[in-house]
Design a protein around this ligand. Structure first.
Ligand SMILES: Cc1ncc(C[n+]2csc(CCOP(=O)(O)OP(=O)(O)O)c2C)c(N)n1
Ligand SMILES: [Mg+2]
Length: 362
């Protein structure tokens, strides 16, 4: 028997449209109406300011641990803006930009991060899944919803988000395999933000790109500049269209960077350099998009100033609403009530500590 080469199509596109100083390759810029461009910009800015406020609220002890999104706004807004409102969002735990785009109220996010599950309620007109903290556990859910859409002959598309670290989980491989075999309408958006807590991208996989993992599952994969909202949007448009036409799933790798802490319980100075962060700050997805809009007279410095103050008011209102709701909600000590008939000693201890701390953070 001869030894032959099997010709496996293995080229992966890398797409980049907007340069670091906001110059665009006009031939590749997606055809978007002015109000859509401004909505995308506003959402990115709102997300950044909301992230900063949540970080400061957490540092003051007003809300609990959360995972900041700063730096990844273009990856999320570029992708999610390609969906219709009826489509499905299946997030991980860092998808604040995508959630706000879909209509999730800021007050809800604050209440949820303040420790009240009630804040996590998905508004009725959103086909969104709740936050998934176990890494990659949301991917089989996305594949399953995709299968249901196909089975029901429903043309809605599913978009799911995850990180570079998630690509090392079995759930990622099982989901891509299933999605490929059954040709389900799922867009897999990998936000390669270079770090999985303290594990750098190069320790995550020997593969040159994460997008190429699509090749093994026989589905299209593309790598894009994830700090370039246009590149992400173009790749997402293509993937959504493919899914809606019945041509199955796509894997998109957005090359981006987590500018802030992994979560508020993390200290990144222990594992990465200030120079690295500064390099990525220079590629900030918001300033880049903003320069493009200013150059085309779609936005002025004055507009940005009023936008900043409008956003500040919106966040202030959301926090006032969240505080009022949280003070009306049940006693936080209720969390000890419904799991054990008799509390094990270590949980009893936590209950006592919690009661003793009452009033400390007012
Ligand atoms: C199954 C599982 N293992 C470990 C963890 C702890 N953990 C939380 S986030 C994280 C890293 C995830 O990295 P990545 O997928 O790159 O997403 P990112 O945090 O960078 O957005 C780990 C290991 C977890 N939540 N779930
Ligand atoms: Mg990561």
């Amino acid at each position: 028997m001869p030894r032959e080469k099997i010709n496996i199509p293995c080229e992966i596109d890398h797409l980049s449209i907007l340069s670091e100083d906001g110059e665009a390759d006009e031939e590749l810029v997606p055809d978007l109406a002015e109000d859509e461009l401004l909505r995308m910009h506003r959402s990115m800015l709102l997300t950044r300011r909301f992230d900063e406020r949540m970080l400061s609220l957490q540092r003051q002890g007003q809300i609990g641990t959360f995972a900041p999104v700063s730096g990844q706004e273009a990856s999320q807004i570029g992708a999610i803006s390609a969906l219709d409102q009826e489509d499905w969002l299946v997030p991980a735990f860092r998808e604040t930009a995508a959630m706000l785009w879909r209509g999730t109220p800021m007050a809800g996010i604050l209440i949820f991060n303040g420790g009240y599950n009630e804040g996590g309620r998905i508004p009725d007109d959103q086909n969104d899944f709740p936050i998934a903290v176990p890494v990659a556990s949301q991917l089989p859910h996305a594949a399953g919803i995709g299968y249901a859409m196909k089975y029901l002959d429903d043309d809605r598309v599913v978009m799911t988000f995850f990180g570079d670290g998630a690509t090392s989980e079995g759930d990622f491989h099982e989901s891509l395999n299933f999605a490929g075999v059954f040709g389900v309408p799922v867009v897999f958006v990998c936000q390669n933000n270079q770090w999985a807590i303290s594990t750098p991208r190069e320790r995550q996989s020997k593969s040159k790109t994460l997008a190429q993992k699509a090749v093994a599952y026989g589905i299209p994969g593309i790598q894009v500049d994830g700090n370039d909202v246009f590149a992400v949007r173009v790749a997402a448009n293509e993937a959504v269209e493919r899914a809606r036409e019945g041509d199955g799933p796509t894997l998109i790798e957005c090359v981006t960077y987590r500018l802030s802490v992994h979560t508020t319980a993390d200290d990144p100075s222990k594992y990465r350099s200030e120079e690295e962060v500064e390099e990525w700050e220079a590629r900030d997805p918001i300033t880049r998009f903003q320069s493009y809009l200013i150059d085309r007279d779609l936005l002025t410095e004055d507009d940005i100033e009023s936008l900043e103050s409008e956003i500040k008011d919106e966040i202030d209102d959301a926090w006032d609403e969240a505080k009022a709701t949280m003070s009306d909600l049940g006693d936080p000590d209720d969390m000890f009530d419904h799991v054990y008939a008799e509390l094990p000693p270590y949980v009893q201890q936590q209950r006592e500590n919690r009661e003793a701390s009452d009033g400390e953070d007012d």
